[in-house]
Design a protein around this ligand. Sequence first.
Ligand SMILES: Cc1cc2nc3c(=O)[nH]c(=O)nc-3n(C[C@H](O)[C@H](O)[C@H](O)COP(=O)(O)OP(=O)(O)OC[C@H]3O[C@@H](n4cnc5c(N)ncnc54)[C@H](O)[C@@H]3O)c2cc1C
Length: 495
Amino acid sequence: MKTDAVKKVVIAGGGTAGWIAAATLSKAFGHKLEICLIESDDIPTVGVGEATIPPLLSLHKILELDEREFLASVKGTFKLGIQFENWREQGDQYIHSFGWAGKDSYACGFVNFWLAGLRQGINIPYGDYCVEHLAARLNKFAILPSANLNYAYHFDAGCYAKLLRTHSEKRGVQRIEGKIAQVNTHVHNGFIKELVLESGNVVNGDLFIDCTGFRALLIEQTLHTGFIDWSHWLPCDRAVAVQTEAVGEPIPYTRAIAHEAGWRWRIPLQHRVGNGLVYCSRYLTDEQATEKLLNSIEGEPLNTPRVIQFRTGTRTKHWNKNCVALGLASGFLEPLESTSIHMIQRSVLRLLQLFPSEEILQDSVDEFNAQTSLEVERIRDFIILHYCVTERNDSAFWQHCRTMELPESLRRRIELFKKTGRVFKGDSELFGEESWIQVMLGQGIVPAAHHPFADAMPSGELASFLAKIRESTRNRVGQLPLHADFIAHYCAVQK
Ligand SMILES: Cc1cc2nc3c(=O)[nH]c(=O)nc-3n(C[C@H](O)[C@H](O)[C@H](O)COP(=O)(O)OP(=O)(O)OC[C@H]3O[C@@H](n4cnc5c(N)ncnc54)[C@H](O)[C@@H]3O)c2cc1C
């Protein structure tokens, strides 16, 4: 089907998704592409989404954001991973760090050597072989050529959108303030033609990016694209969030603390802490969840707790006709592994790679959708893993999680690791072997076997190989300053 050439892009919505899209497209095309973004001061952004994962650094390189200025303006801290508390069982904890433990060999991953050591009585936590893990535990951080840590950020979502707005406007993006009241489509092909604002202003375009959050005003309310519901695997459907005063020094990791009907996050920023309780409304009311959250926070609340409703799942198509959905408009997997902002980044870059030379081609649309769906499904599996591999049996929620039928792709992966200690990263997967290993071990799987290659090493040699890695890990972490001291020197917010 022939459509008009794409000369003008209209972004509906100015949360994190809208402004990442605006910043990235304007960086790529500058004034050669007309880009406008519509947002309404009367419709607040979701106001959460403050923990990230390492690939964000590569987006910032593309956008040429100076790291120190960025962190000072978003009041950010560094993140080396997530500490999961009470997930395997109450009182238990482990860290999923962004680092790699030990040294892999050509035949098998380090976990096999660690397992061989375990069977010889060398019972030392897996995380002791990983710099990021140990640094997180000891509250240390620095950017040093000799330490070369894999890290991400915690940031204030409102400040982040503002920063990206400034960059986008400098590169020619036109921001239009106003509420979209109506979306008109072309009669002949159903493509979106124009957005009509409450003011009567009409904004037309060739390609529309739906960043209107859970409302999904274009992709769903207008184009009725459809939604794949994954709530049978990811049953949490609400969160209550509150910001609190910072108490103590910020730690370089997010905390994800399980409770009887979900979990709670704690995200340390320079000036405050973001807190939220994620839950399944079948097992906990909003009032109970709010009370539970307020009983668990450490500093004084800075705002009134706010309940956010969601449904876990994804759009059947992320690009439909001349509309691409980004952010919450494209679906939501719940925030356990901080993957949503990453998916915005991935989809914007994918859109850029498939950006129409002239008109929108169905082949490009299909490719975009196939790649996005595969990526989201793999992330979904990784998140389900945290819930289904557990020894918790203390509530109806956890009973459900322990006994639910799993996606086949996840079931096979868990079985392979359980029986052999092997795990493989598939094509276009976000989470690599090391993430799967850390979470599977953390959730309590001890593989029944390991690769025979690890047994080829004589036992004395294996012990000294493992000891050397632990020593070098300790030495590298030993050079690092405290996280708070590094922030003070590198990117402190100007008071
Ligand atoms: C509880 C929770 C915790 C989360 N935590 C994380 C996390 O730690 N890490 C992470 O990566 N992600 C997280 N996410 C996801 C993350 O918050 C979002 O991916 C991100 O904020 C992008 O949101 P958005 O821009 O799609 O939507 P929103 O922030 O909701 O923005 C929607 C925009 O659309 C505009 N809009 C809507 N309707 C109209 C209209 N009619 N006219 C004009 N404008 C309109 C609004 O004004 C607003 O600007 C979390 C999400 C939830 C729900």
